[in-house]
Ligand binder design. Structure first.
Ligand code: SAM
Length: 195
């Protein structure tokens, strides 16, 4: 899970030729707009070079931040009114809080208890008191790896359990992502509200 690994993925393949690319981040957009108004601040952790931030701006969200380990990915946002940060979600020190924490497919790389602890303490530090966390990752019957790296399948449910002292699970579900070359990947998602 090094920045070199991810930089070379984006540099060598291009953002639209990676397995996680989607033409429209509809699932994420639907969940964010269902649980938060456009006045909410949103951080997309491990946001990569997706179109979610620009679609949020188009939906009248004005306070959008993308955090990613890869500076190659983050360069995608240069011409957008989006705040960016290059950092590791396991150790990043948030300079402020956010109403919405959105993660599509970075938490599931947290395979060890130490990684999971780091991710969850960043989430706790970054989220506003009544914030919403939307976490999407491979389902228990999804792929065992992504981008050549092992994943923790079912990470959203695990995160929901590990955060249950402070967060209520408001909704959960699943969806199938179809990669640019037609392979199907089972995802699960949870929406957690800080109480
Ligand atoms: C599978 S991609 C998903 C990208 C984006 N969320 C999407 O749905 O298109 C995982 C992303 O997480 C980033 N990443 C991997 N490990 C990370 C870490 N420890 N901290 C922050 N970002 C990380 C990668 O650079 C990559 O952009």
């Amino acid at each position: 899970m090094t920045s070199e690994h991810w930089d070379s993925m984006y540099r060598d393949k291009g953002r639209v030729n990676v397995s996680w690319f989607e033409e429209h981040p509809q699932q994420s957009l639907d969940l964010i707009t269902r649980f938060a108004p456009p006045t909410a601040s949103v951080i997309d952790v491990g946001g990569g070079a997706s179109d979610l931030a620009s679609e949020l701006l188009a939906a009248n969200f004005t306070d959008v931040t993308v955090l990613d380990l890869s500076s190659e990915a983050v360069a995608h946002y240069a011409d957008l009114k989006v705040a960016t940060a290059v950092g590791d979600v396991r150790t990043w020190q948030p300079p402020r809080t956010y109403d919405v924490w959105h993660d599509r497919a970075v938490g599931h790389f947290m395979t060890s208890p130490d990684d999971q602890l780091g991710y969850l303490s960043t989430l706790r530090a970054a989220m506003a008191p009544s914030g919403i966390a939307i976490i999407e990752g491979f389902a228990p019957d999804g792929p065992e790896s992504c981008s050549g790296l092992a994943v923790r399948r079912g990470f959203p449910t695990l995160a929901s359990q590990l955060l249950s002292d402070e967060f209520d699970c408001r909704a959960s579900g699943g969806f199938i992502h179809v990669t640019p070359w037609g392979a199907e990947q089972a995802f699960e998602w949870v929406v957690l509200a800080r109480v």
